[in-house]
Design a protein around this ligand. Structure first.
Ligand code: ATP
Ligand code: MG
Length: 348
């Protein structure tokens, strides 16, 4: 085997790969497209953030991946591959096999994700007994270990608690314990900290980060808050109006954001390094409603860099001159246009 000693290690093949995924509601006469042409990939052990304002299609994308779209919603195009398998073509039974063991979801709202009429212990043990053929006593022991692992004090006695008897932070921990109980390869955390106070938020994020590293899982962390992905993810995909508008390593995204939407999100994000002197500037306006789509670039009505072309044409997701993998979907990408402008000024 010939191999250069200084060759960069080739990146691992993705465990989950979403290609050109579309999600739509309604029939052809009244079709509402909520996710357009989304491509994402995550490799084993890697952490990917998906960031965007409310309604940008983050949850719909992941529900499609998990084959959990609600009634009326359907995949309108594209492909999902998990561990070499075509997820969209799997039987309902095989999908259930992948959920939990392969792809596990920590959803936005722990209170609705947990069954209020069942104790934590019973609902945690059920899939272990049912799918893994573990005995009742073994399942109970495993559940106590899992609750302990996610930092719930007095784990054994907590097995008998009902969801409403736990605090919001503890419920979220219990949900995480359930999600990791089947050793998933990819953990999908959809706004796992939204309903929690700042301190508990930070603790839950640390917990997810630690578990991901300890258990070697890939992580997809969905949030509207760029501050949340900062210390936790390797790469970030920014979504706007159902489309990915920029993807980069987390470091590059913070150091040199390219899409005006990403810049605006950064400007509206609380600085976490303690530079509190910065005033936060919220993005004016709202994302479009997919029932009345915006022509051209969907961000153009809110964009301070807007040009004529942005009103009519949809920009493609392309890599600019920056090199590396940092594609952006924008006609006025400053990385591309700034050197050109400077060259033009110099010529004049
Ligand atoms: N059952 C449904 N029927 C029709 N449209 C839907 C349905 N569920 C969601 N949508 C629409 O799909 C779009 C994307 O929603 P999605 O839940 O993916 O947003 P999100 O990015 O996860 O937002 P949030 O941060 O608020 O969770 C929204 O415009 C929403 O109105
Ligand atoms: Mg959501």
């Amino acid at each position: 085997m010939t191999m250069h000693s200084n060759a960069a290690p080739s990146p691992a093949a993705p465990i989950l790969e979403v290609s050109h995924l579309g999600v739509a509601y309604g029939n052809d006469a009244r079709k509402v497209q909520v996710v357009h042409d989304v491509s994402l990939a995550v490799s084993p052990g890697e952490a990917l953030g998906i960031v965007g304002e409310s309604g940008c299609g983050k949850s719909q994308t992941m529900l499609a991946v998990l084959r959990l779209l609600p009634r009326g919603g359907r995949v309108s195009g594209g492909a999902v591959r998990f561990d070499g398998r075509d997820v969209l073509a799997l039987s309902a039974r095989d999908v259930r096999g992948i959920r939990g063991h392969g792809l596990a979801l920590i959803s936005q709202d722990a209170l609705t994700a947990l069954n209020p009429a069942m104790t934590i212990g019973t609902q945690m043990a059920e899939p272990l007994i049912h799918y893994d053929g573990v005995s009742g006593a073994q399942a109970r022991k495993r559940c106590a270990e899992l609750l302990d692992l996610v930092g719930i004090p007095g784990a054994t006695s907590r097995l008998g608690s009902y969801p409403h008897e736990l605090s919001g932070g503890m419920r979220q921990r219990a949900l995480i314990a359930m999600a990791i109980s089947a050793n998933p390869k990819v953990l999908i955390a959809d706004e796992p900290t939204t309903a929690l106070d700042v301190t508990t938020q930070a603790q839950i994020l640390q917990l997810i980060d630690r578990l991901r590293r300890d258990l070697g899982m890939a992580l997809i962390l969905i949030t509207h808050d760029l501050g949340v992905v900062a210390g936790v993810t390797d790469r970030v995909a920014v979504m706007y109006a159902g489309r990915v508008v920029e993807t980069a390593t987390t470091e590059d995204l913070f150091a040199s954001p390219r899409h005006p939407y990403t810049k605006a999100l950064l400007d509206s994000t609380a600085r976490i390094e303690g530079q509190v002197s910065d005033r936060l500037s919220p993005i004016p306006g709202l994302p479009p409603d997919p029932r009345s789509p915006v022509s051209g670039c969907a961000f153009h009505p809110r964009c301070s860099y807007v040009r004529d072309v942005c009103h009519q044409d949809l920009p493609q997701l392309v890599d600019g001159i920056a090199g590396g993998e940092h594609p952006v979907r924008c006609f006025v990408d400053p990385f591309v246009t700034a050197p050109a402008r400077r060259a033009g000024e110099a010529a004049r």
